[in-house]
Every structure is written in structure tokens, then in C-alpha cells.
Design a protein around this ligand. Sequence first.
Ligand SMILES: Cc1cc2nc3c(=O)[nH]c(=O)nc-3n(C[C@H](O)[C@H](O)[C@H](O)COP(=O)(O)OP(=O)(O)OC[C@H]3O[C@@H](n4cnc5c(N)ncnc54)[C@H](O)[C@@H]3O)c2cc1C
Length: 479
Amino acid sequence: MNSVNIAKLKEIVGAENVRDNKADLYVYGSDASVHEAMPQAIVRPQNTEQVQELMRYANSEKIPVIPRGSGSGMCGQVVPVMGGIILDMKGMNRILEINTPDGYCRVQPGVVDNDLNAALKPHGVFYPPTPASGVVATIGGEIANNASGTRAVKYGAARDAVLAMKVVLANGDCVSLGSNTRVASSGYPLERLMVGSEGTLGVIVEATLRFVPIPKLRCLGIAKFNTLAEAGDAISEIMGSGCQPSMLELIDKIAIVAANKAEKLGLPEVEAILLFEADGMAKETIDPEIEKFQAICEKHNGFGLEFSYDEKERARIFAGRAKLFPSLSKYDERLASTSLADDMAVPFSKMAETAKKIHEVAQRHGLVMTAYGHCGAGCMHTKILMDTDKDFQWEAARQAVAEIYDYVRSVGGTTSAEHGIGLSKAAAFKAEKATTLELMRGIKKVFDPNNILNPGKLMDGPDDWVEATRLRYQVSKAG
Ligand SMILES: Cc1cc2nc3c(=O)[nH]c(=O)nc-3n(C[C@H](O)[C@H](O)[C@H](O)COP(=O)(O)OP(=O)(O)OC[C@H]3O[C@@H](n4cnc5c(N)ncnc54)[C@H](O)[C@@H]3O)c2cc1C
């Protein structure tokens, strides 16, 4: 590991923007995943020129640089597995332009999603990818992870919102990618290449994002099902019917039971719940969508249907989904909720079948697994609930995860829907992308010949993350 010249870093960004004390290094050594590793320094650049100078220095010394937003990634994306400098981009957090006539805004990468949306609101528009972590997630992190949220089914993911960006390359050059126009047919769309690149190709220092009008009305509905198969048939028919939901969520029984235990919601403990939202400018356009949803659900034996335009009522109906993630550890006090296979995407017609497969695999391996997600976008979230003291459960989890990802690939799905690859999903990612790994390594070499940008991730990530997760649980129990 090459040593970092702290004095040089201070010269570039100012002493107040460099940290190398143990406490800070420890905090910046992890994210929202189970992974951790110590960086050598943390640097918070204030402008593009400082990023350029830092990259020139790091490139000449072959020191790893890990761009970082808020560190809310769930797969170890910002964990500095090869040491180096954490480039904390939250110092560059200005909204540079809100251009309503041309329908875009220009922002620095450290702007937090919710702050951007608060600034856009008075203009009657919003930036739609907003993940559930919008209160902390930065625009740079969202682009580099291709983040999305519950409304991706109608409004798309980060990739659909990005028009252009400025990126500092490993050698310190600053390049402009894309254009501020809605259409462009001008060669390779390199701005798209940055989306989901997880900090391995360049440092995003500015992004031009499209926004859309805030709908005046939203109507949320719920339907309950006694079998996952019936809920799945309803999903396929809704999505194939020309219906345009702004949200379509599937929640399985395990998640419902957990949410009830944690939050005393009193939800009916049925096999599956579907949540459906339609939005728009007038009731006349929303009501027909709701009626279609109702008719399709009833055709597939959905029951207990409720709908509301009222904000408070919508919050009540949505409560089970909103509280779901932190509730899962309450399903059974003896079982911890682990993120061993936390998200994947499948064609939406395969959502219910995938949920059933997950339950079947879990049962066969003596595990409990939940399945829920943004089914209108094909996004499935899972958690393995397991006794982390039992070695045989870890072995079972390893096999279950491998089987589930094999299945996901077999139905034309993909390793990650929105949480990215990082370290946790590198093995499944490499299996999925086997035919293009060398192409990706070639691209990486063009952008970053010395492999200093977030090394050890994506195609160079570890083959076994179950073991890393197990060790982490043991360490946290011991200490
Ligand atoms: C409770 C919780 C809920 C979540 N819900 C969702 C959800 O609904 N949908 C979803 O998609 N995700 C979700 N996430 C995951 C995560 O919050 C998002 O992926 C988010 O976009 C990460 O943003 P960040 O600023 O924290 O990025 P970080 O975690 O700091 O970084 C993520 C990746 O982006 C790279 N990066 C960051 N900034 C730059 C830059 N300027 N230039 C180049 N690369 C950069 C990093 O190197 C890293 O690879 C959730 C996380 C938590 C903890």
C-alpha cells in the first residue's frame, strides 16, 4: 500500500478539509453494509479544480481514491478494501441552476436528494428517482449506484433522469458527457456509462438532471391475496393492461407479520398484499386506473380492497411498506435479518414466481426468507432471517443465495435492481456478466489505467461475501 502524503493533501484542499485521525478513518471505513476497511485519509474537496489536482497526485503515486457521498450504499461500495483516500463529495453540495423553461437542473454531486426536491418544489416539479434513503443519499451516489425508488415503475431510475455530467478522470482531466437536451443521437452515450459505475470510472463533479411536474393528485389502493400466485397473476395482468401505476408494491406474509410485530399495525396476515398508486393532474384520469386495478385484483381473488386520495389515509395504508425494512428483525427475536441477497430484478411477470422460489429455497435449507419489492419495476428485495450463531445456517445461507441468483439469471433477471454490486454481490455479478467481464475490464483500463478509482469492486470484487458477513456478525457479537 503506497503511503499518503497528508501535507500534500492539505496543500491541495486546505488543512480543514483533510482528516487522518483514527476515529474519522474508522467511521469512513464502512457504509450501510457489513463490510469495513481502513482508509489512509479523508479529503473533502470544495471545487472541481481541487478534485482534479487530487486525482493528478493520487494517479502519479498510484494511491486508491474512493469517491463517497453519504455512505448509505448497502453493498460495501465505498469500503476502501485497498486503503487509500476517501473523497468525501459532500463538500460540493450546491444547486447550480434550476432551469424550468428547459426542464433541467444542474447540481453538484454532494447535494442530498431531499434537499434538491425541496428546492424544486416551489417550481412545481420534482426529481423522481428518490430512494427510501432520500434524506441522506447524494445525487453523486444515486447516479453512481443507479438508485431508484417506489415510483420507478412510472418515472424510472437515476439513469432516466441524467442528461449530462462533468466528470474528473483518474488522470485529473475534466470531461463533459451527454448534453442538456432531452434527445441526443451524438455518438457513445458516455454519461450512461457513468451510471452504476460505482466510482470506478471517474468522479462526478456536476450533473444535469431532468425533472417532471409534481402530480396534483395521488390515489393509493391496497388489495390482499390468499396466495402469492394470485397476486402474481394480478401483477402480470396490471402491467400488461396498459395501466400506468405510479407505484406497485408486493409484500409477502413474512414481512407483514414482522411489520405487525414491530409496529402493531394490525394488517391482515395474508400471503400477499399489493399496493397500487396512480397519480396525475385530474381525478378523471386517475379513477379509470384505479378501477382497472380493482377489477384485475378481484378477478384474481383479491379482497379487502381500499382506496384513498386523502394524504392521512394514504399514510395509514402505506404504513406496512414504510416501516418494513427496520421491522424485519422483529419477525422472530432469535433470528437476525441479514442482507445476503438483498435485492435483484426480474421481469415483472416473474415477481410472484420469484417470491415463491425464494420461500421454497429458504424452506428447503431450513431458513426464513422474506420477499417484497417494487413489483411494477421488477425489483425484488429479500432478507435472510437466520440464527447467526449457528455455522450450519451460514452454510445453508450460502447455498440458498447461490440458488436464488442462479434462478434469477435463468428467468432473465439481474443481480441488483437498485442497491448496486460493491463487494456483497460481486460473485453473482461476475456469474451474470461472464461474457462481458473482459470488455468491462478493458473500459476500466481506458478510464483508469492505474486502477486507482475504487479498486476491488464490481468485476474485481470478492467471490465469497457470505464468509465476510459471518465474520462481521461474530466480531460485533464479541465486542
Ligand atoms: C435505509 C436505507 C434505505 C435505502 N433505500 C434505497 C432505495 O429505496 N433505493 C435505492 O436505490 N437505494 C436505497 N438505499 C441504498 C443507498 O442509499 C442508495 O443507493 C444511494 O443512492 C447511495 O447514495 P450515497 O450518497 O449514500 O452514496 P455512497 O454510498 O456514498 O456511494 C455509493 C456509490 O457511489 C459512488 N459515488 C458517490 N459519489 C460519487 C461521485 N461524486 N462520483 C463518482 N462516484 C460516486 C461511490 O464510490 C459508491 O460506489 C438505501 C439505503 C439505506 C441505508
